[in-house]
Design a protein around this ligand. Structure first.
Ligand SMILES: Nc1ncnc2c1ncn2[C@@H]1O[C@H](COP(=O)(O)OP(=O)(O)OP(=O)(O)O)[C@@H](O)[C@H]1O
Ligand SMILES: [Mg+2]
Length: 384
């Protein structure tokens, strides 16, 4: 079976190289050959393994078909002789470990500075804060003590929950607390329509982040990057997931402390293997804001803003139960806009009135339904 697998891998690689070189007929030939070897492997295997080979083979056939009509863009260096394949040349131009690379594709994802959002900027959410401090921040701050207890600083943590409740804020605040550079990329940003590109983008980003002694890599919409692999998944999906797991597995052995935060609103859409021990050991639920968080968000939104005495923040915090953090921030902004417009019309000093919040609340409903909340609760129960 080793021979077949080697031939399959060889053609997959050759297909990628040809795509990058802009040579569609050659890419197509290798895609078809890869499919052929996948089918041969499927014939020699049983059960799930056979099904997976067959699915991969189908995927390669699909790619071969697409390549028949594709007009491939030539990448830099594509005109080079076959002995100097384009990927090698590209790799040479990849960003330097310090993130100073200018032309490489990895650099476009890098925002490798320490963010200025701190835990204090996040209102309430004491449970999530405590969990994050214990599981993430302290091991990174006190790596020697953590290692003495056989706890490795860094690793992978999934932050999940309904949209607009501070996942991204928490990611930045964690980097701030441990004074680590923050690398950000969204699943959609990393994906490329060309086979092979997405894996390279991700690999390069992982390398750039893991070359720092301490770093936080925030992968937003990780469900889009590492979707659950099924018989119907595309080859690209399968390969990204596999490549990612391989890369992350490798970096865990390194001395550098890389914290990978994967954020998602759809934890159930992520590939199972991502959750298995050794990759993303911790999962932290960032749910709707509790009462303290709602009050904090409202108070922050109106801090330094003229409000009439009748505006009752505590009552609003109570009333906005079920709203997301960004819903609440949006509602407060709307009220400020209403007050602003009135002051322009009347020529009076701007001041937020109690009725402005009422008017704002009428136009901004909660974006999270009870049914959505139940879906997360169900997921928590089943999975952890
Ligand atoms: N606990 C909180 N304290 C202060 N502001 C908050 C809080 N929760 C949410 N917000 C506000 O909501 C906005 C959205 O938060 P954030 O972008 O971190 O949410 P998210 O969970 O990453 O959302 P998405 O899933 O859509 O990416 C923040 O910019 C902030 O204004
Ligand atoms: Mg976010």
């Amino acid at each position: 079976m080793g021979f077949l697998a080697d031939r399959k891998a060889g053609h997959e690689k050759a297909c990628e190289d040809a795509i990058r070189a802009g040579d569609a007929p050659r890419a197509r030939m290798h895609a078809a050959k890869a499919a052929e070897f996948c089918f041969a492997l499927a014939a020699q295997s049983q059960g799930a393994v056979a099904a997976s080979y067959a699915a991969t083979a189908e995927g390669w056939l699909e790619i071969a078909e697409k390549l028949a009509s594709a007009k491939l863009p030539k990448t830099a260096g594509a005109g080079a002789p076959a002995s100097t394949p384009a990927p090698e040349r590209k790799a040479a131009a990849a960003p330097q470990p310090d993130g100073g690379g200018e032309g490489g594709d990895g650099s476009q994802f890098e925002v490798a500075t320490v963010p200025d959002v701190s835990f204090d900027d996040i209102a309430g959410m004491d449970d999530a804060k405590a969990a994050i401090m214990e599981m993430v921040v302290y091991p990174m701050r006190e790596p020697d003590k953590a290692r003495a207890m056989k706890l490795k600083p860094g690793g992978g943590v999934i932050l999940y929950g309904p949209p607009g409740n501070g996942k991204t804020m928490f990611g930045k605040a964690i980097a701030h607390e441990i004074e680590a550079p923050f690398f950000y990329a969204s699943g959609a940003q990393l994906r490329s329509k060309w086979h092979g590109e997405s894996e390279q983008n991700l690999s390069r980003l992982l390398k750039a982040a893991s070359s720092r002694p301490v770093a936080v890599l925030f992968l937003d919409e990780i469900d889009g990057l590492l979707p659950r692999r099924t018989a119907g998944s595309s080859v690209v999906d399968n390969r990204i997931v596999t490549q990612f797991l391989a890369d992350v597995g490798g970096f865990r052995e390194s001395e550098n402390a890389l914290l990978i935060l994967g954020a998602t609103n759809k934890p159930w859409a992520i590939d199972e293997a991502v959750f298995r021990t050794g990759r993303f050991d911790e999962k932290i639920y960032i749910g709707l804001p509790d009462r303290a968080a709602r009050l904090g968000i409202v108070e922050r939104a109106f801090s330094g803003v003229a409000c009439e005495g009748a505006v009752d923040f505590a009552a609003w915090a109570e009333r906005l139960d079920g709203y997301s953090g960004s819903d609440i921030a949006g509602l407060a902004k709307k009220a400020r806009q209403i007050a602003f417009r009135r002051s322009i019309e009347t020529g009076e000093e701007p001041e937020v009135l109690a009725k402005d919040l009422e008017d704002a609340a009428r136009t901004i409903p909660s974006s999270v339904t009870p049914q959505m909340v139940r879906q997360y609760e169900e997921f928590n129960r089943q999975r952890f």
